[in-house]
Design a protein around this ligand. Structure first.
Ligand SMILES: *[C@@H]1O[C@H](CO)[C@@H](O)[C@H](O)[C@H]1NC(C)=O
Ligand SMILES: *[C@@H]1O[C@H](CO)[C@@H](O)[C@H](O)[C@H]1NC(C)=O
Ligand SMILES: *[C@@H]1O[C@H](CO)[C@@H](O)[C@H](O)[C@H]1NC(C)=O
Length: 517
């Protein structure tokens, strides 16, 4: 009785009092638009050894993620549920690449923001996985592409960066074969259920059906195609585990995307007109081949889906995004490469830039791990330019995007709510290294119990959002499986890394409707 009266009183008091605005943890104003990091609102994880329906380690689920917006629901009890697509990349690869078939997992997520720690308040219930294959039903593979051709093609003749392997491609017996290579790093869901997946190997973008069958392979602009000795060479110098001595010479391409620095980030405008993709760091000819401190000039491409011919959208603009620089543990300047972008408006995007410190790494204290903002309204369109930053210096006459630092993942006073921390002990509360996804979901998705959807649906009036970020644990576990459960492994690091997920509550610039058609 007492508690009923108390909560009724509290409820009426809360209604009567004017809403007190929460003091933000971080605020930034970027070209007149203000963003606020209000609080760390959630934490969840999947175990390092969880397996998918094919018997494989579910792995680093957070190379990218996307919410099926029409499923995002606020229930009467204050919890939210939704269907989350989570993208692992090329399979377990810390000891060499394997013939793992890239895929996307689906999770039913359940998030209870009223529970503010220390227990996790975000649950991820595994539902399903979809594996990727070509239009001729050839499975994609996590193996590094061949150094030189032969490369496979689609049925309409588009070259696919691909790997020719021996045995079963895991080091065991088998007939060998060729499969297109995919190191999947970005996912965009379309309203019709199809998906665009961006890739780090070829830096292609692949359009798949909801069942994972290739519709169109979209090659990158010419300036992105990796070249060695004047020939197209898609290898990322990531040899197979069964052939660790295979050498790619020269290791770094002379031109085009740098090794393992391809299209890490993919997003779309909510009306479905434009796709945007951003390289992890500079192309080889823009400083990417010069070493870590020179690779700050990454490139954003805008593709026009409405103008697509044969399913291939033309690149209608390119912009230079200057990545942030920080001082590392050796007091050297380093560039924080980026792992994800998210559309906010036609001119502003969130971008996740970070260093390489975290759980399982020698260095536990991250110096740069942020969701920042960049604005392209004053930036030069560099479309069709081969080189924009020779040797790592931006060419005269080119204006880069405005870059604004925003949400710091590493604020320990927020992390501690969920028993988490940056730096210090190598324990389960230490944040992972690889944070690679950004997902926005509105705090007020309309009314309790009603579905909200960005396609024809309504959105609450608030500018508050939950910003989910998932980490990629690189499939690091002592109880791992590949090849449908037949190939067993334990990562030589000795670690079992959770796939950690953080949920930040943010306020976007007034009137932003990044998800509404
Ligand atoms: C964000 O706020 C925290 C806590 O006040 C502070 O330590 C951190 O430096 C801030 N970061 C930025 C980018 O302003
Ligand atoms: C809240 O309600 C939803 C929908 O009825 C249910 O699935 C969920 O388990 C409930 N959660 C809690 C914490 O009661
Ligand atoms: C490039 O040329 C060098 C020197 O001739 C050779 O060793 C290497 O194999 C060549 N690499 C490719 C990818 O053609």
């Amino acid at each position: 009785m007492y508690s009923i009266i108390t909560s009724a009183l509290l409820a009426s008091t809360a209604l009567a009092l004017p809403q007190r605005r929460q003091a933000p943890v971080n605020t930034t104003t970027c070209n007149g638009k203000t963003y606020e990091y209000l609080s760390l609102a959630g934490y969840g994880f999947t175990p390092s050894n969880s397996r998918d329906k094919f018997g494989d380690t579910a792995g680093g689920i957070g190379s990218s993620a996307a919410l099926d917006a029409k499923t995002w629901t606020l229930h009467d009890n204050g919890t939210y549920t939704g269907l989350l697509y989570a993208l692992p990349d090329r399979g377990w690869n810390t000891e060499g690449t394997l013939n793992f078939q890239p895929r996307v997992h689906k999770f039913q997520i359940e998030f209870d923001p009223a529970s503010t720690g220390p227990s996790p308040n975000l649950q991820l219930h595994y539902l399903d996985s979809i594996r990727f294959s070509t239009d001729a039903d050839v499975p994609f593979t996590g193996l590094d592409p061949n150094i030189l051709p032969p490369y496979l093609t689609t049925t309409d003749g588009t070259t696919l960066p691909s790997a020719t392997y021996s045995g079963d491609g895991f080091g065991g017996d088998g007939p060998g074969g060729s499969r297109p290579s995919l190191d999947s790093e970005g996912i965009v869901l379309m309203p019709d259920g199809t998906m665009y997946i961006s890739d780090e190997y070829g830096d292609y973008i692949y359009h798949f059906t909801a069942e994972g069958r290739l519709i169109t392979a979209i090659p990158p602009p010419e300036a992105f195609v990796p070249i060695r000795n004047d020939s197209v060479s898609f290898s990322a110098a990531s040899p197979p585990r069964y052939d660790p001595d295979r050498e790619t010479v020269p290791e770094d391409p002379d031109f085009g995307r740098a090794n393992n620095q391809g299209l890490e980030a993919l997003t779309r405008s909510p009306d479905g007109k434009y796709l945007y993709a951003l390289t992890q760091s500079a192309l080889s000819q823009d400083g990417g081949a010069e070493g870590d401190e020179f690779r700050r000039w990454s490139r954003l491409v805008r593709m026009d889906l409405d103008a697509a011919e044969g399913g291939v959208p033309p690149v209608v603009a390119q912009y230079v995004v200057e990545l942030p620089v920080y001082t590392d543990e050796d007091d050297e300047l380093a560039v924080a490469a980026q792992s994800e972008i998210k559309y906010i408006s036609d001119t502003q995007f969130l971008v996740l830039a970070r260093d390489g410190a975290g759980r399982g790494q020698d260095e536990t204290e991250s110096r740069y791990r942020r969701a920042d903002v960049f604005d392209i309204s004053g930036a030069t369109d560099v479309n069709e330019m081969d080189t924009v930053a020779p040797g790592g210096s931006l060419a005269e006459g080119i204006v880069q995007a405005t870059y604004c630092t925003f949400l710091d993942f590493n604020v320990n006073s927020e992390l501690t709510k969920f028993g988490l921390h940056n730096g210090g002990e190598q324990d389960v509360g230490l944040l992972n290294e690889k944070w690679e996804s950004l997902v926005l979901a509105p705090v007020q998705p309309v009314v309790d119990g009603q579905q909200w959807g960005n396609w024809g649906g309504k959105q609450g009036s608030s500018d508050e959002y939950f910003l989910f970020s998932l980490s990629d644990n690189d499939f690091i576990t002592q109880d791992g499986y590949m090849k449908g459960g037949e190939f067993q492994y334990s990562d030589e690091s000795g670690y079992d890394l959770l796939n950690q997920v953080l949920v930040f509550k943010v306020r976007l610039p007034q009137g932003s409707q990044p998800l509404v058609e």
